[in-house]
Design a protein around this ligand. Structure first.
Ligand code: FAD
Length: 468
């Protein structure tokens, strides 16, 4: 496990390095602790040194030195991933990309930025031209664009634009390989899928080009319903209203909003299941009419709340996506969650079925999105955790009903996704990382090509037990 860090430091003179064990440990962690399973498995994981390059040239020097010395490299944006994606399972160097944080160019319909740029900073730079980013995670204010592309999937904006997996939501990526002489590659069209959501296992993203949309000062509204299925049906129908422009459409079952949205509490009467909506101001009157037709209770509306009152409230998207889980965890550390998809066209029936069966053990949280052109929803249901065996049983029950689970309690790409090899990403890794030094332990197809997902066994990266 121990690598020749002294030799590495000698080669990297002039680049910002940190090997104080406490600081290295801090930057070797992400939000893996959302999962009790990952907390048990990964709590002792730490790299040996952090490098914070401030230019592409410095990144290339680091990669060349690590290849020569056989030192693993785990890229890190802001460390907000939830599955230990940015945690160095085999030790080695953590490549902190936060020094490559510049917005390089804003043009009609597109923005070019360095990978370590914070998404909110990119968005702010675009707004002076009347444009905004199409999609962002609810970690808008903290996450890097490179980390979102390598580790995330979608979020605020996905109700209109779909996810990062959809062709056209990433225009171009510039990446570096990990070889004797690292190469720079430009990927566009479907080539971006080679490294999007590959956890940095097959290239370091240096620069991104992303498409933009017209910017709005989005109205934030919370609509209440006495019945969860009615709230879900309203959100689904509102999702289908293409002329009412939206950026967020979430459904959160009572009593979660009342128990966990502490700063919005006075707007949230007991028993109300809520729909969170971000609506373009030009569609405000249409949204009011649509809500009235459905008999929704307008519990909060940012245009009608007093300025004093609205000040101090977090943005609505910080109640949604994985911020819902975070708010629950702050009140009740025993909470965990799942990530599910309710496939079109049965989404509403599947939501009703699973939540009727699992009740308050697995309270509902839905995020409506455009998926392959159709409106449907993902679930980020909370789970009142008892033990890992029960968690696995809850997952199995979802899958038996035809609700795929993207398991957030696994650190590998395959087990967190569709439980099969992504042949394109694997083939690309052979070209870009021939020694297997990029974020080891995250791609089972590379580490153990014979691993059999059908056994239901969990993959354990051998390097992990060496660290424990
Ligand atoms: P990190 O966590 O630092 O890295 C993520 C992955 O990308 C790691 O595998 C890392 O090795 C790799 N990586 C980072 N930078 C590079 C690079 N330059 N080149 C190659 N690989 C790289 N995710 C969503 O998709 N949607 C959400 O709405 C959402 N909401 C969240 C809410 C909360 C409260 C939290 C804690 C997490 C949420 N996430 C969400 C997960 C996470 O925030 C996103 O994935 C985020 O975009 C990650 O960005 P980051 O800069 O923190 O990346």
């Amino acid at each position: 496990m121990a690598h020749d860090i002294a030799a590495l430091k000698a080669r990297l003179a002039g680049i910002a390095l940190e090997d104080n064990p406490a600081l290295v440990r801090q930057k070797s962690r992400d939000f893996f602790w959302y999962s009790p399973t990952l907390k048990r498995q990964l709590d002792t994981v730490a790299g040996e040194i952090i490098a914070t390059p401030s230019s592409e040239g410095e990144v290339l020097r680091i990669l060349e030195a690590c290849f020569a010395l056989g030192i693993p490299v785990t890229p890190r944006g802001a460390g907000t991933g939830n599955y230990g994606q940015a945690m160095p399972l085999a030790g080695g160097l953590v490549l902190d990309m936060s020094g490559l944080d510049k917005v390089l160019e804003v043009a009609p319909g597109r923005v070019r930025a360095q990978a370590g740029a914070i998404i909110a900073d990119i968005d702010t730079a675009c707004r002076s031209s009347g444009q905004e980013v199409r999609l962002h995670p609810s970690t808008y204010r903290t996450a890097s664009i490179g980390g979102f592309i390598a580790g995330g999937s979608g979020g605020v904006g996905s109700i209109t634009w779909g996810g990062l997996r959809d062709l056209g939501n990433i225009i171009r990526l510039r990446i570096a390989t990990l070889e004797a002489t690292p190469r720079l590659l430009e990927l566009s069209g479907e080539e971006v899928e080679k490294v999007a959501h590959a956890y940095g296992t097959n290239g370091i993203i240096l620069e991104v080009e992303m498409p933009l949309a017209p910017a709005y000062d989005w109205i934030e509204a919370i609509i209440g319903f006495e019945d969860l299925n009615r709230a879900a049906a309203f959100a689904n129908a509102l999702g289908e209203q293409d002329a009412i422009l939206k950026k967020l459409l979430s459904v959160i079952a009572a009593p979660l909003p009342q128990d966990y949205f502490l700063r919005h509490r006075k707007y949230l009467p007991a028993g109300q299941h809520v729909v969170l909506a971000m609506i373009a101001p030009i569609a405000s009157a249409a949204f009011d009419s649509f809500t009235a037709r459905w008999g929704g209770n307008v519990l909060f509306h940012s245009d009608r709340a007093g300025t004093e009152e609205a000040r101090g409230l977090p943005p609505l998207y910080e109640l949604a996506w994985n911020h819902t889980t975070l708010r629950a965890l702050r009140v009740d550390p025993a909470i965990t969650y799942l990530q599910t998809l309710y496939p079109f066209p049965d989404q509403l029936a599947l939501v009703a079925r699973i939540h009727e069966e699992l009740g308050d053990e697995v309270p509902a949280h839905l995020e409506f999105v455009r998926f392959d052109g159709k409106i449907t929803c993902f679930g980020l249901p909370l789970v009142r955790f008892t033990d890992e065996a029960r968690l696995e049983a809850i997952i199995a029950r979802h899958e038996a009903l035809g609700i795929p689970v993207f398991n957030p309690h696994r650190y590998t790409l395959e087990e967190g996704g569709m439980k099969q090899t992504d042949a394109v990403q694997l083939a690309f890794k052979r070209e870009t990382d021939p020694a297997g030094l990029l974020n080891p332990g995250k791609m089972i197809a590379w580490e153990n090509p014979d691993f059999d997902f059908a056994t239901g066994r969990t993959y354990l990266f051998p390097g992990l037990s060496a660290q424990a």
